[in-house]
Ligand binder design. Sequence first.
Ligand code: KIV
Ligand code: ZN
Length: 515
Amino acid sequence: MENDKLIIFDTTLRDGEQSPGASMTKDEKIRIAKALEKMHVNVIEAGFPVASNGDFEAVKAVASIIKDSTVCGLARCLDKDIDRAAEALKLANSARIHVFIATSKIHMERKLHLSPDQVVEQAVKSIKRAGRYTDNIEFSPEDAGRSETDYLCRIIEAVIDAGARTINIPDTVGYTLPDRFGQLIADLRERIPNSDKAVFSVHCHNDLGLAVANSLSAVQNGARQVECTINGLGERAGNAALEEIVMAVRTRNDVFTCHTDLDTTQIVKCSRLVSNITGFPVQPNKAIVGANAFAHEAGIHQDGVLKHRQTYEIMRAEDVGWFANRMVLGKHSGRNAFRERLKELNIELTSEEALNAAFSRFKEIADKKHEIYDDDLQALVSDALAVETEQIKLVALKVCSETGETPYAQITLNIDGEENSVAAKGSGPVDATFKAIEALVNSEVKLLVYSVNNVTDGTDAQGEVGVRLEKAGRIVNGQGADTDIVIASAKAYLNALNKILLPMERKHPQVAPEV
Ligand code: KIV
Ligand code: ZN
């Protein structure tokens, strides 16, 4: 097979958002979409428009802003889903409608309560409906990894005839093994008479830790689109990680007969941005984007790398964007320099109030920390944007922590415009702070995760705190950044509380549709 293009389809904003607690606001989705466009991702799946008004508005906004990547919206095989997706994508330069329906016996019988014939009929009808709006139609037989190959051949042939031009084979539950999955792609391409009219794609979940291996095996067997997410974010154990797919194809170009369009130097920046926005930290030993991915600890390795880099390095750290976090601003930098740098980072603050909030936050940090890096800017913008819309805001916090004494925190919150103060004791300053917040809010949430990471190096760095809260089965993440980690903790807790207190209207794409 000639060296052809591997289409990179990023679904961080759709499947990635299905990770518990990873839901994103419209503005956050726009920030990530711009970063993906800058990295030259070919297709950005921006959401599931029928899921909620929020999802619809986010897909619409991404579609109207993104110019160089195709913007995709997900739809079940239902007229209302397809019409809603088409409406959300109306302003896109290049739009794709992605329709899916389950094809495994267990899903058809137990979830959809439809016969195999009815599923084919519904799929064909839906592709035709999507064809009213665009030629760029993708079809996914959900749970293909556990579907019968003969049945897959039948439904795929029918949807290609009806107009589908990308056929995406999802391993929805992460069940397949690399050689079998690769063989499935080869078999489908060979057995389906009209398979040459469509690009074959794969969408692998990581339940057995095989999402990337399965995707790459499919690529070796002719798949020419891979669906993936930044940092492998996604439903349950996540999806195939974009950075690993792209770097495997590039680094092992002796094996892969395809290439991607990606500007790989944007990878680390995108990874940090997604981690910062969703509150999902990147583990230090994560391939490509983990803090240790290029750190050589063992003396023998360090010696080898110094003598000849390739003794222990198969990729160059700078090729994926490590060290690109250049020092940018200091406390004497003015508003224009600040605005310009945000522009270079592709961050457009939509209102003057948002810019003011971010700039005053910048000044606050610059007073405490001399050098402000790009990662600091990303963190402070997230902070400023979050606070703008929050119902409960931090006004003041005083904590006292002393050896031999019980720590206490005194906090003032603005709740719906009214200020209230309270003090509470705790086992540590963070515990006392959270107890003080709860004394005022009484939210009955459960704290599931608390984590602190440094945004940049050094003891004057901002600490980025992530918290995960649960209430009645609903999980949300919150983030906060500050050079004082107790303040960062209070912000993160409030950020999560503000989200969990909002009413929830979103539907999940994979539940049985009410036909
Ligand atoms: O995992 C899956 O099957 C999906 C489909 C909607 C493509 O996310
Ligand atoms: Zn999925």
